[in-house]
Design a protein around this ligand. Structure first.
Ligand code: TEU
Ligand code: CA
Length: 540
């Protein structure tokens, strides 16, 4: 079995992880200084969000040089040291690759935009300016996806910010240039890639195709063959438009494409169909069960899942689908249990393992994210009132989960001695890593146990290879399932809500392996308290 099928990935958003030179911004040396903590936690892969040179219009997802580091994060020497020090602790690095677009300050775009006849002009997507926009396509960050380039009197395409011009993958030299970048990093000793918005690369603006262009899978196959294939790397594609059918293609066990993708189907459930993420919609637990069940069933032996609740673009799960007040500890643990016993590779976003909550930004001037700032501008123009806009930001804003990591209860949460680039969540005084370390009832120790179950325990084959079966499918509050492998069975029962669940007929002669309440006892029948989750073992 591939090594990454028993791996646990930890996502680092470097800007907010650990600052060692007191410039208010996290850095590579900061990550190095915390490797022992990650080793203690038990993870074995770090997904590192972009640390390349960048003007930071979109916090590093606008790259101006893929072969160099942003000075604020450190030097290539620091990066080599990180790879080396991580490896010493059996931790591998997964680099974030933005292959759909570059920064407008990338050398290629500076050349491309200077003159129609420039060698690099075909690297990007330009359209003639006949005095009108080529189409009314909106960018993900709102407003037109087309921007005028005065030097050539053309428009260029940017599906994200104006400073993120889209690359033209149909032009062979573009593909070759990307493969060179990947091989450069493979040679540096990294062990994986996360591919940003990879389902957009095969766009065809002549036929109004943006996601999932007909050449998408051929391009991914070509990229794999020329770079990471047969090198035992872990690869994951970010694909907002994925379905289970597409997931099977991307994660085909023949290794012709990726190890896995991020399928956002479950994440999109609290968004009304056809509307924007800002238009809030309640989560239907039955739908969540169906969605995750479908992924577990369909990819069984036919592909591979990633398991995630969080990332740097998403609100904190404990605030989103848990209860970040009265039941913060219980619900954070329950949500973790629910995910970590499924088949797939789990991803933990920094701070999730200590139950960090959404930051509720009260002042507009404290917001940093281009997406939120553009949305506010647009919605104010459209006549929305500010309180309703802020309600959406508090639920879904990307800054909510980008606040500094909460290491301890000292000034600025131990992240920096200087005022951080983005506000700290004031709850760091009580919610922080140091207060949870070695406390057996803490969220941190619960995550540590979950990681141990998958990576090191006697149950690791059941978790990695077992079948998946939903039980109590129609129960409105209970998310429960069983995993079975070679006569061993794990039963996972999670009370998703704030109400008690009583199942008087539940018979169990099984061993209680894990619980998120101190005093769980299994007698006759089952009585689950708010957000209680338990895991039982039995021989079949
Ligand atoms: O995200 C892709 C993307 O579409 C997100 O912008 C997402 O749709 C949005 O957050 C939901 O509102 C990737 C990166 O993860 C993100 O940080 C970048 O901003 C984006 O690509 C552009 O590179
Ligand atoms: Ca720093």
């Amino acid at each position: 079995m591939e090594w990454w099928k028993k791996a646990v990935v930890y996502q680092i958003y470097p800007r907010s992880f650990m600052d060692t030179n007191q410039d208010s911004i996290g850095d590579i040396q900061g990550i190095i200084s915390r490797l022992d903590y990650l080793k203690y936690l038990g993870i074995n892969v770090i997904w590192l969000c972009p640390v390349y040179a960048s003007p930071n219009e979109d916090n590093g997802y606008d790259i101006s040089d893929y072969y160099d580091l942003s000075k604020e994060y450190g030097s290539m020497k620091d990066m080599e040291e990180l790879i080396f020090e991580a490896k010493k602790r059996d931790i591998f690095l997964m680099m974030d690759i933005v292959a759909n677009h570059t920064s407008k300050e990338h050398r290629w775009f500076i050349e491309a935009s200077s003159d129609e006849n420039n060698l690099y002009h075909e690297y990007y997507v330009f359209k003639d300016n006949n005095g009108v926009l080529p189409s009314d396509l909106q960018s993900v960050f709102l407003d037109s996806a087309w921007e005028l380039n005065p030097a050539t009197n053309e428009y260029y395409l940017h599906l994200f910010a104006k400073g993120q011009p889209d690359l033209n993958w149909h032009h062979e030299p573009v593909r070759k240039s990307i493969y060179d970048i990947l091989n450069f990093w493979i040679d540096k000793g990294i062990k994986g890639f996360r591919f940003d918005v990879i389902d957009l690369i095969a766009k065809d603006m002549d036929h109004d195709i943006i996601g999932d262009g007909p050449l998408l899978h051929p391009y991914i196959k070509e990229m794999a063959k020329n770079t990471f294939k047969d090198k035992d790397l872990i690869t994951v594609g970010e694909t907002w438009g994925a379905t289970v059918e597409k997931a099977k293609m991307y994660s085909n066990p023949d290794h012709s494409e990726f190890s896995m993708i991020f399928n956002f189907a479950h994440i999109l459930l609290d968004q009304e169909e056809g509307k924007e993420k800002w238009d809030l919609y309640p989560l239907d637990l039955i739908k969540l069960k169906q969605t995750l069940n479908e992924q577990q069933q369909e990819l069984y032996q036919a592909g591979w899942n990633s398991l995630f609740w969080n990332n740097h673009d998403l609100p904190r799960i404990v605030s989103r689908w848990g209860n970040d007040q009265e039941y913060r500890v219980e619900s954070a643990k329950m949500l973790a249990t629910l995910l970590h016993f499924m088949q797939g590779t789990p991803y933990i976003y920094q701070g999730e393992e200590i139950g960090m909550t959404n930051m509720k930004f009260e002042n507009l001037e404290d917001l940093r994210d281009i997406e939120s700032l553009n949305m506010i501008k647009q919605r104010l123009k459209l006549g929305y009132d500010l309180p309703s806009i802020m309600k959406s930001i508090h639920a879904k804003g990307r800054d909510n989960a980008r606040t500094p990591y909460q290491w301890n209860n000292k000034v600025y949460a131990g992240f920096s001695e200087e005022k951080p680039w983005i506000k700290c969540n004031p709850n760091y005084v009580t919610i922080n890593m140091e207060s949870q370390k070695n406390d057996p009832d803490s969220i941190l120790e619960h995550y540590k146990t979950l990681i141990w179950f998958r990576r090191k325990s006697l149950y690791s084959d059941v978790i990695a290879r077992g079948t998946f079966k939903l039980i109590y499918q129609d129960h409105p509050d209970l998310f429960a399932y069983q995993r079975s492998y070679q006569g061993k069975c794990l039963t996972v029962l999670c009370n998703f809500h704030n109400t008690r669940i009583s199942l008087p007929d539940f018979v169990s002669h099984e061993r209680l392996l894990l619980s998120n309440y101190k005093d769980s006892n299994m007698t006759k029948g089952l009585n689950l308290r708010p957000y209680e989750s338990i895991v039982l073992f039995s021989n079949q």
